[in-house]
Design a protein around this ligand. Structure first.
Ligand code: GLU
Length: 286
């Protein structure tokens, strides 16, 4: 079967070498197999994403020599798609509205003394799952903003068990989605979330091999559950290492890792950037 991969950055800053590495990994996996390489902008967070960074991503990738297949999917233009998935899950009783603020959750966790930690932080203590139905209805009727949370226990009961995904070079990995607890699938400010959008779009776009950094590996456990609940195909996964700087620290834009545009301004060529990633110094001639 033909391979389709994607590079899916969030336009929250300029791309740095770590992004270039992720993009080349996806690109190479597709092109070496004569497959398709897609580009997707994961820009659902209105606070953190900026149009200027989205434009810069396309420019920087083009400068490096990337050519992607088909149009770029821009997630913020497809909120109705994500809302439809939320509606479908809610209609099956797999989601519940959560009216809690961060402070409400912190207070509840402090009162309990501790909360188990999941890959995205402390697990939600279930305050709104336990709301009496009349109270929930009153809050909804009053127009209070709410997030949609996955009722993990119900979701697990609704999905076929056990769940596995296939990791390149590793084989089948058993999924432990319960480690995320009642995760938010639809945020208060946008009817979407990273976990929902990424699984929806990978299915919609026919992505067969998800390449991304190993720090997101636990997310595949949850994504596999969502795929099973929605009847979406299960892609294969290939999690790649994170690039580190000379001091061994992970490259991150918030720590001021040199952006591709800074390197370019310093006179570094695309071939030199690719050579730093230990990849063949040209992307052309796939
Ligand atoms: N949008 C995510 C990021 O910028 C990557 C998502 C993915 O590859 O699944 O880190």
């Amino acid at each position: 079967m033909a391979i389709t991969t994607r590079f899916a950055p969030s336009p929250t800053g300029y791309l740095h070498l770590g992004h270039a590495f992720a993009a080349v990994t996806a690109w190479r996996a597709a092109r070496m197999a004569g497959g398709r390489f897609l580009l997707r902008l994961e820009d659902i967070d209105p606070q953190r994403c900026r149009a200027e960074f989205a434009t810069a991503i396309l420019e920087d990738l083009t400068w490096l020599g990337f050519v992607w297949d088909g149009p770029v999917r821009v997630q913020s233009e497809h909120l109705a798609d994500y809302r439809a998935v939320l509606d479908a899950l809610a209609a099956r009783g797999l989601l519940y509205p959560c009216f809690c603020s961060r402070a409400d959750i912190a207070r509840e966790i402090a009162a309990a003394g501790a909360a188990p930690h999941g890959p995205d932080g402390p697990l939600y203590p279930g305050i709104c799952r336990a709301l009496p139905l009349t109270e929930r209805a009153a809050k909804l009727a009053s127009g209070l903003p709410f997030a949609w949370r996955l009722d993990m226990a119900r979701a697990l009961a609704a999905a076929p068990e056990p769940l596995f995904y296939e990791e390149a070079g590793e084989g089948l990995v058993a999924c432990r989605p319960a480690q995320f607890g009642d995760v938010v699938l639809g945020r208060k400010d946008v009817p979407a979330s990273y976990h929902l959008c990424v699984t929806h779009d990978d299915a919609l776009q026919g992505v067969t091999l998800v390449t991304r950094a190993v720090d997101l590996k636990p997310a595949a456990d949850l994504h596999r559950l969502l795929q099973a609940l929605m009847g979406w195909p299960a892609p294969r996964y290939a999690h790649h290492r994170l690039l580190s700087d000379a001091t061994g620290r992970r490259l991150a834009k918030r720590d001021g890792a040199a952006s591709l545009r800074e390197l370019r301004a310093q006179g570094v060529t695309p071939a030199q950037v690719l050579a730093r990633l230990e990849w063949p110094p040209t992307l052309r001639g796939a």
